[in-house]
Design a protein around this ligand. Structure first.
Ligand code: SF4
Length: 558
């Protein structure tokens, strides 16, 4: 279909209104205001969520270092900090009990940090950006990265008003072409435009290892007072994970009657029935968690992936007309599972580089390399470098990981290995036959009895994420070869998509055309945009593409 598209021109296009994108915009405004020789450039900041923060989700305990640099008077300006961390503990869980670590090394200590709701915090940052004179266009979703003669020239936004078959409806509005001197991708984890850049611009990934991901699943609970205090922070390892699986849980006191509870599961599991949502529900059956939540009420649900391999999986941060910030650049400290402060710092450094580029009138790679140089000389790089081998230390399981983690803390990040090679997560998943050979048994799907009062099935949880999508629009989960799903995957892996998706988007149902056989049925309207399927599908036939702007989760307090 030939479509005539409106062409919008801007100086700077920022994709994603999370901490990185908002920090970029705010810092540009701040630097321009402080420099009489500069005029405010045209900045377009777009986000696919229906409001700023609608798709922002994190644990979260925030290290304030980033926001303190960006907005030094952030507390006076009313930043929504739920609570300052007042007590910090780590436990090893087995199925019935909990052993408290006698002390926490200072590098893991959370004192001075804040429990926050990232989606509230992003909303507040959005207000600061708008007060600085920059409009944020929520509900405008980037669909395709535009690259001309090797240079990134902007983004095409999503077509609105197509039916399931991709045909225009009466409300059809073609996506626009946004041309920009520089496009700054701050899409969060595994964004579709970032993915396009990493797959098609070889210079970006020449020296980096594949990313390793976790899927974090989270609920916010209203609990009776006296159970868990505002600012109380608990991290756990162990149950319900096996010792060869990667991940852990958390409980954060947001107020004296509201907690964030969640579990993050490594996507490099061998078991094809690996199910982060189920792991999280099982986590809630542990007495340590149950005694806090039971009798309370679940308020909100969300899920997202986390880039966890750290420094050695970071791409080059720039290209002609392009910069990558925050989670889009894999900037997450895997030892602390924290990235908000790094995202803010990366946005600030990208903004400083934009100012150089404006002064030179050049947005080529040579000038934008200034962003990489700034990063290489920053505390953000030091922090990521100190934790560069953390995730890789768990290759031999939990015990090996704790040993390597302790060694790295002592040796400033050095280990018995350096830059250990890894594979993409989906390559660690075993076929049912391989799993049987390796473990002497078939892969077993974990289970709990859902009562939808304390333990929730996926559909009930999705309802609490506020997720909405138009039913009559093209599926934003694009499967390139459905025969693989319906035949080969059923036989070889048992269709892991029905397990790993935390939103019940994928279901195997009876195929009326092939008695006795199953076929894949999709419910894309449930999707919470976590990207797990795009990452861990063993055949890599699932592509997550951007649906219409304004759709997806509508997170609150998450
Ligand atoms: Fe996540 Fe994919 Fe399921 Fe959407 S369909 S919720 S992106 S796993």
């Amino acid at each position: 279909m030939d479509i005539e598209r409106e062409v919008l021109e801007t100086d700077i296009l920022i994709v994603g209104a999370g901490p990185a994108g908002l920090a970029t915009a705010y810092q540009i405004a701040r630097l321009v205001e402080a420099d009489d020789s500069l005029e405010m450039p045209e900045i377009l900041l777009i986000d696919k969520g229906s409001y700023v923060g609608a798709h922002a989700l994190s644990g979260a305990v925030m290290d304030p270092r980033g926001i303190a640099e960006l907005i030094p008077d952030y507390t006076e300006k009313g930043a929504p900090l739920e609570a300052e961390v007042a007590a910090d503990a780590m436990y090893f869980l087995n199925s019935k009990g909990a052993i408290k670590f006698p002390f926490l090394p200072s590098a893991l200590n959370n004192h001075g940090n804040y429990v926050v709701s990232l989606n509230k915090f992003s909303g507040w940052m959005g207000e600061q950006v708008e007060a600085a004179g920059i409009d944020v266009y929520a509900g405008m979703a980037g669909y395709e990265l535009l690259v001309e003669e090797g240079r990134v020239t902007g983004v095409q936004t999503v077509d609105m008003g197509l039916d399931k078959k991709g045909q225009p409806k009466s409300n059809f509005e073609p996506g626009s072409i946004i041309k920009a001197k520089v496009t700054i991708l701050c899409e969060g984890v595994h964004g579709s435009l970032t993915r396009h850049a990493l797959e098609n611009i070889p210079q970006l990934t020449e020296d980096c290892l594949p990313q390793a991901y976790l899927t974090g699943v989270k609920e916010v609970w209203d609990i009776p007072e006296g159970r868990f205090k505002a600012g109380q922070v608990v991290h756990t390892i162990g149950f319900p994970q096996h010792s060869d699986e990667y991940g852990g849980g958390w409980i954060y006191g947001m107020t004296d009657t509201m907690v964030s509870v969640g579990f993050a599961v490594g996507l490099n599991a061998a078991n094809p029935t690996n199910d982060p949502h189920m792991k999280f529900q099982r986590y809630k059956t542990h007495p340590l968690v149950k005694k806090i939540l039971e009798g309370g009420q679940m308020l909100h649900y969300g899920a997202k992936t986390i880039p966890d391999n750290g420094y050695y999986s970071m791409p080059r941060l720039y290209h002609d007309g392009l910069m990558l910030c925050g989670d889009s650049a894999g900037m997450l400290n895997p030892q602390k599972l924290k990235g908000i402060h790094l995202a803010i710092k990366s946005g600030m450094m990208a903004a400083e580089t934009v100012i150089d580029a404006l002064k030179k009138g050049d947005f080529g790679a040579e000038t934008l390399k200034g962003y990489q140089d700034r990063f290489d000389n920053s505390w953000a790089r030091d922090e990521l470098y100190r934790t560069r081998n953390f995730h890789a230390g768990f290759k031999g399981g939990l015990v090996a990981g704790l040993f390597h983690g302790a060694l790295q803390l002592y040796l400033g990040g050095r280990s018995l290995f350096e830059c250990r090679r890894n594979k993409p997560d989906h390559e660690y998943m075993m076929t049912i036959d391989d799993y049987r050979r390796a473990y002497g048994k078939s892969p077993e799907k974990e289970s709990v009895k859902f009562d939808n009062e304390y333990l929730f099935d996926k559909l009930t949880d999705v309802y609490k994420s506020g997720t909405t999508h138009e039913e009559d629009e093209p599926s934003h989960l694009v499967i390139s070869d459905l025969d693989i799903c319906n035949d080969r995957c059923t036989e070889e892996y048992g269709n892991p998509c029905q397990h790993f998706c935390p939103a019940h988007v994928y279901e195997m149902v009876e195929d009326s055309d092939r008695p006795g056989k199953l076929k894949l049925e999709l419910t894309p309207s449930n999707c919470v945009h976590c990207k797990t399927c795009d990452i861990v599908d063993p055949y890599q036939v699932i592509r997550w593409v951007t649906p219409q702007g304004g759709e997806g989760p509508n997170y609150t307090n998450l």
